[in-house]
Design a protein around this ligand. Sequence first.
Ligand SMILES: Nc1ncnc2c1ncn2[C@@H]1O[C@H](COP(=O)(O)OP(=O)(O)OP(=O)(O)O)[C@@H](O)[C@H]1O
Length: 898
Amino acid sequence: MPVATRSQSLSTPEPQLKIQGSYTSEKVCSGLSKPSETQKCIDSSGDDVSFAAKKRLDRNGERKMPLNTTHPSVNLFQTRITRSQSHSNEKTQVFHSEGLAIAEAEAGANQRRIAMEKEELDTPFMPARSTGLFTPAVMGAYSWVKRSEAANPNAKQNSLVTGHEIDPSTAASISMRARYIQTVGPKLSSVPEIMAATPKTVACAGSLRDAKAAGLKGRQLNDGLEAALSDDGMQSGRIMVYVRLRPLSKMEKEAGSRSCIRIVNKRDVYLTEFALETDYLRLKRLRGRHFAFDAAFPENTGQQEVYDTSTAELIEGVMQGRNCSVFCYGATGAGKTYTMLGTMQSPGVMVLALKDLFFKLKQQSRGDDYVVKLSYLEVYNESVRDLLSPGRPLVLREDSKQGIVAAGLTQYQAYSADEVMILLQRGNQNRQTEPTRVNETSSRSHAILQVVAEYKVQQEASYVSRVGKLSLIDLAGSERALATDQRTLRSLEGANINRSLLALSSCINALVEGKKHIPFRNSKLTQLLKDSLGGACQTAMIANISPSNICFGETQNTLHWADRAKEIRTKVSSNEDLQIPESQEDQTKLLLQMQKENQQLRFQLANLQQKYLAVQSASISATPNGLDPHLNEPPSPAQFLSPTPSARLSAINSSNSKRRRRCTQDGSANGDTAADKMIKELKRRIQVMEMEAERVQRQTAKREENYNASIVTLHQEHNVQLKHKDDFIRKLCERITAGEQTIPKNKYYKSPEKYQNLKDEAENIRNENFSSTVVATSKVAKASERLKMLASPKVPRNTCPLPSSKGTLVPASEQQKRTVRLRRTSTLTTLPPITPLQRFRSPAKKEAATGAKKRTFWDISNTNSPAVLGRVRPTKSHLSTPSMLLQPGFARRLSSQA
Ligand SMILES: Nc1ncnc2c1ncn2[C@@H]1O[C@H](COP(=O)(O)OP(=O)(O)OP(=O)(O)O)[C@@H](O)[C@H]1O
């Protein structure tokens, strides 16, 4: 039996093994031989580990590697780790000491690489492509370059696409970076901890994403080119997005904050979150992101440079008659107002833009033939205010021509930049600014300066009038409640600001995702920005960020939304040019022509409206509404445009018959079920209508009852009044008769006053009675009239309503019978056969008809009053010698006798 003679201790990570048997230690250690089947391997603790040892020896033996040496891959990793560590340390040191120099060196290297890439693109591209060296991004960029060159051969060196001038070097740089990342990226990603150790490596990690971004960009560029090549008269462009970094403020420096932003190549923004050296947990979870924008301005960039890069191009747009807008976006205290307004020493974008605009207007327009209109408004706590003439909040209205407008906003005309500056200053004094803990002069509102330039430019022989609009927007900054640490009004302002900015971000999201509905109506701000974001407008966005690591969250947020906004597409179009002829005669001709055209268009519009109404009414009358949506389909417009009315009529008829036919066809096609459904629906409708009719009838009956009751009361009142009247007359007659009897005839001549008094009294009574009778009779007449009206429209021709019928319809003959019966039985409620009015008038009419002499009131009263005739016992004198007072013409006779 072989016995273990020696034991071999192996270097870590191998455990100490004792080989039992005749196997030599050298062979085992070198891994060139295997222990025999009979040998055992025992570790230092005495356990049998033969199986594991064998397996390991097998592996080493296959690879012919000595056991006591590290595996080459481990070695490789170890060297890499050491090298990377030393490299990163070195880099970190260099970065901290000579950050600027590195940035410059990088910039130089990049330029060189770009030049190389350009060469490469031009010559050995095809073989490289065939070896699969290039990513799809590179391919995309290359094809884009080529197509752009083909589209615009003259712009090979300078510009490619008309919408956005991106030169070949940019495209080349994208492709170069994509390729570089493709080869380097995988290696870097395998050691993420090392990568995260310095900003440089974070930048590399960001580059991985950049590769994707480059791919995306390639696609976008392709899209851009295609859109530019499509000849629809509109240039499709996207919002240009710029980022501006402000320097660390004194307060931030004192608080010991560090910069978490690095801008490379004036377009790449690297955001890194620094962990505290003692924060071991977070050391490994370092966050970082990379963004690429149209331009990024480091902290030392001047106002003029920001203006030249971002806004100067828009002024050119205004001079082409376009709508342009530029807005600043960012967290509170990030430098938006500084960028937009600036200071007296270094004026901002607004001031520089207006100066530039006036300069260009003077240069390009005909003489001084231009007008600049200016308005300035703010959105404070969701209400719109005029900053140039403060007053009541303004209402936003949507105008088909001008888009969203604030009704009642004052527009000032300015003829020089100085005038504009005065207005701007005035407006800023009215703007809401308050100190917060983050910013001493924090803007609490969104401010919008709108400049409309109307001018004429020469184009060949004639002058062209143009209107360009420029909107300069300074948004209020988003803020955390804790950051401003304000209560009451400040917190309310903050909440409103955040709400409107949230609405803005949801609009950006919807626009980027290409949704149909964009929620512009969610806030006043988004309503006002509707044109800038989604309309025919050339727009630039400047995202302001703070470098402080304290504001990491806000900065990340701003960069995220700015990055999203890059993908928004707008339609850039010129406002319609109007050619104005030179001579006055031609101008008058043009004016007349336009007036005529205008009139014709109005006429056409009126015609079309009329036709539309006709179609609507025809479709409503032809079909039961809502049963079939196809049935409301109007006839074709071509039919309606036919000149003859008969043709138009036939169009309507044919469309109606078509509908009917379709209705029947549908019924047969869908079988009985459709027909049943229709019948059920119709039955249901009929039921509803019957119920409605019943309800109306009940209402009518109730009203009739009420009116009848009121008529009866009126009759009673009237009868009482008549009775009073008769009593008075009777008394008067008695008194007169008594007077006649007591006073001899000749005494009349001696007491004319008494006679006159009596006469006046009689006259008064007459008047009183007359007016009361007239009022009463008119009331009765009105009531009967209303009753008639109430009853008549609901009644079929052969029926008429009966007051006591309680809503049921009775034939006319039956009605007449009932009325007669009622008259006979009831004395109080019976309607008089002749209405009081008729009663008052009828005798006179009868007299007039028979040619008799017209009677006086007294004659009528005596004739008609049953009280006088019935109740008063006629005296002798009354019968034989009628009273002289009652004799017509008595007064006349008296005076003639006198
Ligand atoms: N690029 C810059 N250079 C120098 N100072 C700057 C710069 N940007 C901003 N500042 C300073 O930072 C401070 C805050 O700037 P500003 O008021 O413009 O911030 P804001 O974004 O408008 O804030 P808010 O939204 O609260 O109004 C100001 O004192 C301003 O002078």
